[in-house]
Design a protein around this ligand. Structure first.
Ligand code: ASP
Length: 422
């Protein structure tokens, strides 16, 4: 009982800690406006450490979680067509989501009207965006180690896919490798958890110097960013999920959203797809989904299907590019669609993991990672909207797959143990 009272700050939920840190960062930034050097020399280094930690964890997270995602495809092969349909639905809706995010961000000019100083971004200026065909050729690495060291993320994904399928094909002999990968994925999730715990410090230390050197007007674009991410998530849910459940499962969208309300509210407040899984199972089963279908499609979705996260990545990429006055070419935007769709497979369904994947998407088109400093300040608010979209997408897919199972009259037996995923 004596331990409980020690650290009052630690007992405040992380969301509030981050919001408090954001407010403090802005307040300190405004106070130091006349002396930005103080913020740069004494506060910014902690923000840099936070960003470094994010960069450090990106490669192992993507590598291990994608390999382990592929290994779990073993079950999908067992269920043949149904698994294929699930994957197709997940990938298509995610690609639609990121495309919608890019369109909305471009049309509504998410980062316009404000330009940040790019003079300290030599790393970006040195890079030029290669053509689409070069990019395509370049995603197949000639060396399996270099991409990991350089954090060239598309190459890392290709390596992960090959190793994942290699492990499946090696059968019994591949089992120790599969166990190692699954265990490393868990370890990475824990490391990510530690870094996410540090986000209040990171947010404070990133925000204060930004406000100190640019003035509080730098915050205005953030309001626009939050508005556009929320609007796009709502449009995606209403248009994409309503039409899917109506078209493929003949279910009224109103019934769908009514039935999903409690899971959506939980996702909104917890910002965790994995944490929402039990409630999502309950809601979809109440909507008439067979338990064995739900217990296969939903845990898979909580791991690999992240439409809200994809929207966020599309909008943020354009936001950061416009803020730094960088022109995003069509091939760069196509690259973002591809990377964000794949990144969604590698995003763990826990609070804050989307920002780590944002680093990967930015890196893939050579945008300055420093842009994350701004976005990180409002990340929790964005996370609430994207997680709600993520789990609603999983549920819509479950309804659609369930209808197709019923239609084909197939007996669907899933081996997936939900408890393992929780
Ligand atoms: N928090 C999200 C989820 O659990 C992932 C993300 O950060 O984008 O679905």
């Amino acid at each position: 009982m004596e331990k409980k009272s020690k650290n009052i700050f630690a007992r405040i939920p992380l969301t509030y800690q981050i919001l408090i840190a954001l407010g403090l960062g802005i307040a300190v930034g405004i106070m130091l406006q006349g002396n930005p050097d103080i913020a740069d020399n004494y506060i910014k280094p902690f923000g840099t450490i936070f960003l470094n930690l994010i960069k450090m964890v990106v490669v192992p997270v993507v590598l291990f979680s994608i390999i382990s995602g592929v290994i779990s495809l073993k079950d999908i092969r067992k269920v043949g067509q149904i698994g294929g349909r699930t994957l197709l639905f997940y990938l298509c809706t995610t690609a639609i989501a990121v495309t919608l995010g890019l369109v909305m961000a471009n049309v509504l000019q998410v980062g316009s009207g404000y330009t940040l100083d790019t003079s300290n971004l030599q790393a970006y200026e040195a890079q030029t965006i290669p053509s689409f065909i070069d990019t395509f050729v370049n995603i197949f690495p000639s060396n399996a180690i270099q991409p990991l060291a350089d954090a060239t993320m598309l190459q890392v994904i290709v390596i992960a896919l090959f190793f994942g399928f290699g492990i499946i094909m090696a059968g019994e002999k591949g089992q120790p490798a599969a166990d190692f990968i699954n265990s490393m994925t868990e370890v990475c999730v824990k490391i990510m958890g530690m870094i996410i715990r540090l986000s209040p410090i990171g947010v404070f230390a990133l925000m204060a110097p930004v406000v100190a050197s640019n003035g509080p007007s730098v915050l205005l674009p953030l309001l626009k960013l939050v508005g556009i991410v929320y609007l796009t998530c709502i449009i995606h849910m209403i248009v994409c999920y309503s039409s899917s459940v109506k078209l493929f499962a003949k279910m009224s969208p109103i019934r769908f959203f009514k039935g999903m309300t409690s899971a959506m509210l939980f996702a909104f407040s917890s910002a965790s797809s994995v944490g929402t899984l039990p409630l999502n199972l309950e809601c979809t089963e109440k909507l008439g989904v067979e338990p064995d279908v739900a217990s296969f499609v939903l845990p898979l979705g909580a791991t690999i299907n992240m439409d809200g996260t994809a929207i966020y990545q599309g909008v943020c990429a354009v936001f950061i590019a416009q803020l730094y006055g960088i022109d995003l070419t069509i091939s760069a935007q196509l690259m973002i669609i591809m990377t964000a769709t794949l990144a969604s497979v590698g995003t763990a369904g826990v609070p804050g993991s989307g920002v780590i994947m944002l680093a990967m998407v930015l890196q893939s088109v050579g945008l300055p990672l420093e842009g994350i400093a701004l976005v990180a300040g409002v990340d929790r608010i964005l996370d609430m909207a994207r997680t709600t979209t993520n789990i609603t997408g999983d549920a819509a897919c479950t309804i659609v797959v369930n209808a197709s199972v019923k239609k084909s009259g197939k007996d669907f037996v899933s081996q997936v143990d939900i408890d393992e995923k929780l």
